[in-house]
Write a protein that binds this ligand. Structure first.
Ligand code: ADE
Length: 419
């Protein structure tokens, strides 16, 4: 009997079609699923996954299930669930899903609790809410835990903080830090899906606009380059001098937020940090400014201060809340300051999630094969897995590459030959 809590199971047939469509563009995950179905490496594992409940995630869940795992899936954001996909997974594929688009915070956490009821032996997080819940409320579950994985930068930052305090209770592999994850998912995935979300929410023309990108990590690099590609003039703000320098040499204008706030038509936060757009910044903005966040949590735009200053605003379109500043100017916040790429669009395209989720599947298998248990630390993805994902993705794209000759291998190992 599959337990689940989804919006409407009659959406399942739509969800199946959506999952299959995404699967067409996830060849690496599909290859792994086929091997898992033959080899059953995850037999006996109970896995709690806290991920965005999308068609791409569904394909990962099917791969893990094919490998023999008993999977429970809960949402990693209240606004990112695709209700038809949640229905299809629960009603058609026998996977317990606890996720309803638009759920409030209390339901969000209730769903995490439900997803932990089967006493997992592994966890898979996107933002570390499951690991945090286990540490705060179910510490006994950590004892039987083989390990976990973490999908995103924000989650890895939280987990490293737990480790620094000496309180991490089981090992976690930082999937985010694999090269085949953040070089592609964070950069090209966030870059494209963020602009997609803002476009769907507002239907703006990007050409000729001034876009302020706050944060120049992998996500910020992607957002800035895609905005430039659409003809926008891009300003970058940063607190890290090296990243700021990189943005400047990539050809973007770099300035403090106090200056950028008067220039921007569209502001996009991708920092992972809190209050990167403050009320003082908002008070300086042009009439009509659009504010969107693509960082993991809804902390980057100081909405509480905006609400204190001008009230709750008014809805002018789905996903767009207008705030009158009281002097004739109005600014707009998209998707309640939550991940605009998932709330207003469909998240990253399947082809890029293919690599992230191939890493997730292979790392999960890796955890079951260890001869010695890992220490309670945050680990990198083994290079062999990262390289295998890159190799399989290239293969799926029909791209061949060279390999080093014996002489080149020898040269790269030696130090004697110089000028
Ligand atoms: N994170 C960003 N995009 C995503 C997607 N399409 N599916 C799952 N997680 C995501």
């Amino acid at each position: 009997m599959v337990r689940f809590d989804v919006k409407d199971v009659t959406l399942a047939s739509e969800g199946i079609r959506r999952i299959q469509w995404a699967g067409r563009d996830m060849p690496v995950t599909k290859l792994i699923q086929e091997r898992f179905a033959r080899e059953k490496p995850l037999e006996g594992m109970r896995l709690t996954a806290c991920l965005h409940v999308t068609a791409e995630t569904a394909n990962l869940m099917l791969a893990l299930q094919a490998g023999g795992a008993e999977v429970r899936l809960t949402a990693s954001n209240p606004l990112s669930t695709q209700d038809d996909v949640a229905a299809a997974l629960s009603a058609e594929y026998g996977i317990s899903v606890f996720a309803i688009n638009g759920e409030d915070d209390s339901t969000y956490y209730q769903h995490i609790h439900s997803a932990l009821e089967h006493k997992p032996t592994m966890t898979m997080d996107d933002g570390a809410d499951v690991v945090a819940t286990i540490h705060k409320e179910y510490p006994e579950l950590a004892k039987a835990m083989l390990g976990g994985t973490e999908e995103t930068t924000t989650g890895v930052v939280r987990l490293r903080s737990l480790q620094r305090e000496g309180r991490l209770q089981y090992p976690i592999v930082a999937v985010n830090d694999a090269d085949t994850k953040h070089f592609f998912d964070n950069r090209y995935g966030t870059g494209q899906s963020t602009l997609d979300g803002i476009t769907r929410a507002t239907n703006i023309l990007w050409a000729g606009r001034t876009v302020v990108v706050i944060g120049y990590g992998w996500c910020g690099r992607g957002v800035a380059s895609r905005a430039r590609g659409l003809g926008a003039q891009v300003i970058v703000t940063e607190i890290d001098p090296i990243r700021a320098l990189e943005a400047a040499m990539d050809g973007f204008r770099v300035m403090p937020m106090s200056e950028a706030s008067t220039e921007g038509d569209v502001f996009i936060t991708v920092t992972g940090n809190a209050k990167t757009i403050s009320i003082e910044h908002m008070e300086r903005m042009k009439h009509g400014a659009l504010l969107a966040n693509s960082g993991h949590f809804d902390v980057e735009i100081d909405l509480a201060a905006l609400h204190d200053r001008v009230g709750e605003g008014r809805s002018v379109r789905p996903q767009v809340q207008a705030y009158d500043l009281g002097d004739g100017r109005t600014i707009h916040v998209l998707s309640q300051g939550r991940l605009v790429n998932l709330a207003a669009a469909e998240g990253h395209p399947s082809a890029v999630m293919d690599m992230s989720f191939a890493n997730q599947a292979l790392v999960t298998e890796h955890l079951t094969k260890l001869s010695e248990p890992l220490a309670k630390e945050v680990y990198r993805v083994p290079y062999e897995i990262d390289a295998e994902v890159g190799r399989l993705k290239l293969q799926s794209m029909g791209i061949k590459i060279d390999s080093a000759t014996v002489e080149q291998e020898r040269y790269m190992q030696s130090w004697e030959i110089g000028t």
